[in-house]
Design a protein. Sequence first.
Length: 380
Amino acid sequence: MTNHSKTIVIDDAVPYAEAIFSHLGKVITLPGKSINAQTVKNADALIVRSRTQVNADLLDGSTISFVGSTVVGLDHIDQEYLTNNNIHFYSAQGCNSNSVAEYIITVLFELAEKFDFNLTDKTLGIIGVGNVGQKIYNKAKLLGITCLLNDPPRLEKEPGLVASDNYVDLNQCLTADIITVHTPLTRNGKHPSYNLISADKLKQIKPHQILINAARGGVINEEAWVNTNTKANIIDCWKNEPEINESLYQSAYLATPHIAGHSLEAKVAGSTMVYEELCKTWNISTQNDWMKELPEQPNIITVSQTNSIQKALNEIFNKTHDINRDDAAIRSDDIQKLHNKYEKYRRNFPIYREWDQQRIKKTNSQKLNNLLKKLGFTLV
Ligand SMILES: NC(=O)c1ccc[n+]([C@@H]2O[C@H](COP(=O)([O-])OP(=O)(O)OC[C@H]3O[C@@H](n4cnc5c(N)ncnc54)[C@H](O)[C@@H]3O)[C@@H](O)[C@H]2O)c1
Ligand SMILES: O=C(O)[C@H](O)[C@H](O)COP(=O)(O)O
């Protein structure tokens, strides 16, 4: 039964918002950017993704006592303000890490195909080995890709990692053939990540190297990146989205509109994690009736050839999430059109499912079948 005494304002990009949250109170859904002081003034809970700045300007004078974020990045949340004002805050850490890891692995296989190299001959540098970075590392290891890892804050907490894994300093990590960044965007503290790959650091990059940013705009210095000669730039996260830097955009071999974490599983995990926390906070039992709204399993994937495992995997990854389609969807030489398409496409992003939801028709290669199982696919 709906509790009409409570009001919950929710970003309308939170999937199944009405179905999941409506038994807890009156649900008001709004585009994240349209959530303002007026719309939250008399509400009890606010549930955002990344497009709402949560701070004193938004919440001063409101009745909000719970803020939930169904995404991971925290750079849009003034957590100190929330603590000081006794507002309960919860964010769905880890909810989309597998989605981003699958995006990166898909990108790697696409690059290998395009530039005709063998991934097992390359090194992959992972900067930031948290939920996302660790999953990329685990998958890369299964696929025989050599990794260099960099995460000074994690090493301080777990010094034993140096001995057991390929942890290196940033300069060494920047020698990898392919470098991918997965730190949060932070400007303070002992290890700020803003401008981590600075103009100076970019001078170390050689023309055979590939740079990927699916973390946040600003971790790699964009102004210097535009003028850095690389083999390819892959960019999912940008400064000033959706008004992204035109020259950097044109330099990108693959440019996607901040969708690496947008699998259906990731979005649903973000929503349900916040939902469970809100139920706990309000001391209300959870319900799962809304789950009947989830779409059916995707169709079975068939692989057209198995002579090359790398090519077969590229085909399969592309069939689960077509990253070239995401790039093409926003491509435009007219920067204004690009900016418009950017936000529109990500807000209406086509549903895709993670590997563990996918069924593959058993191939005639036992090695490929084993690898697919280890990567989470079901063979039928
Ligand atoms: N493109 C997308 O759709 C998408 C999706 C999810 C997350 N993200 C971004 O990726 C970031 C990472 O996500 P996560 O779930 O792995 O977060 P996480 O907190 O689990 O991991 C971040 C890791 O980065 C490390 N780190 C912090 N500062 C560092 C520094 N200066 N140098 C090296 N390592 C550093 C931390 O120690 C931690 O291990 C998020 O904060 C978010 O901004 C983007
Ligand atoms: O930080 C995160 O979790 C991701 O960047 C997330 O995918 C972004 O959320 P969105 O912009 O879709 O609201």
